[in-house]
Design a protein around this ligand. Structure first.
Ligand SMILES: NC(=O)c1ccc[n+]([C@@H]2O[C@H](COP(=O)([O-])OP(=O)(O)OC[C@H]3O[C@@H](n4cnc5c(N)ncnc54)[C@H](OP(=O)(O)O)[C@@H]3O)[C@@H](O)[C@H]2O)c1
Length: 254
């Protein structure tokens, strides 16, 4: 994948597992130089090895997206090594404890906000600065929202609030990026089979208080969708995409 002869560079946060791993491998398979960010160095190194086995180029770059200095160091590495960034997939995220709001500790609220919202802000801020000055100019930012950017699950105040906030961030970056050929879209995923979603297969609380097993979809469908979004020319953008297990409770309010 090239921009006028230059190999495209893609950064995936939370690349050591789940959706981030699947998307990073798919991008590597399709010719992107992938930068793998996350806190667990060993997990990133394992995904980098998998990418190389597929014939791709990958760099494991440990980073905590909640830490401004750590994100700055990550982008310094990208700038020094590749001089540009074509795709940022803001994927790193976490849940909070499933408790009533009055039982949610302020530190846990802050951890979810720092990861799901401030982490996306920090990576987007750095990517925006690089993309608007690089030559050729511009790039693409893809934010990982959720079905929770549309409708909450019971006892998910911090996760739901941050994922709704991502929708506003996506729209604002999409607007402000126009002047610099920076495009921004959002993928809202429902029940992709990853570690984070495996509880769906065991049964999770529903709005009516029942516990129900929910259908899951293969995470590879998400990788296909992110690749499609990434590969579009900068003159076109998937602004929002919802991809979900077809029969999960959402459409039809249950
Ligand atoms: N699976 C689904 O059905 C589903 C549905 C909707 C939305 N999503 C979203 O998809 C994203 C990925 O979720 P997943 O299902 O693939 O779960 P996952 O395997 O738990 O992935 C989360 C990733 O985020 C990374 N991460 C967490 N905190 C971080 C931090 N402070 N700095 C850097 N990386 C951090 C983790 O790596 P380290 O621990 O190594 O840092 C991990 O690789 C999340 O944003 C989630 O909200 C998933």
């Amino acid at each position: 994948m090239t921009v006028t002869g230059i190999v495209k560079v893609a950064l995936v946060t939370g690349a050591g597992s789940g959706i981030g791993r699947a998307c990073a491998l798919r991008l590597a398979e399709h010719g992107y130089r992938v930068v793998l960010a996350g806190r667990r160095e060993a997990a990133l190194a394992a995904v980098a090895d998998e990418a190389r086995a597929l014939g791709g180029e990958a760099l494991a770059a440990p980073c905590d997206v909640t830490d401004a200095a750590s994100v700055a160091a990550l982008f310094e590495t990208i700038r020094a090594r590749y001089g540009r960034l074509d795709v940022l997939f803001n994927n790193a995220g976490r849940n909070g404890s499933p408790v009533d709001i009055d039982e949610l500790d302020i530190d846990e609220w802050r951890l979810v906000v720092d990861t799901n919202l401030t982490g996306v802000f920090l990576c987007t801020r750095a990517a925006f600065g690089l993309m608007k000055t690089q030559n050729p100019r511009g790039g693409r930012i893809i934010n990982n929202g959720s079905i929770s950017a549309h409708a909450p699950r019971p006892n998910s105040i911090a996760y739901t609030a941050t994922k709704h906030a991502i929708t506003g961030l996506t729209k604002a970056v999409s607007l402000d990026g126009r002047r610099y050929d920076i495009v921004c879209g959002q993928i809202d995923i429902g029940n992709a089979a990853t570690e984070m979603a495996e509880r769906m297969a065991r049964g999770v609380p529903q709005a009516n208080g029942e516990i129900a097993v929910e259908p899951l979809m293969d995470v590879q469908h998400v990788a296909d969708a992110v690749l499609h979004m990434a590969q579009l020319p900068l003159s076109a953008n998937v602004q929002f995409m919802t991809i979900m297990a077809s029969k999960m409770p959402f459409v039809g309010r249950g």
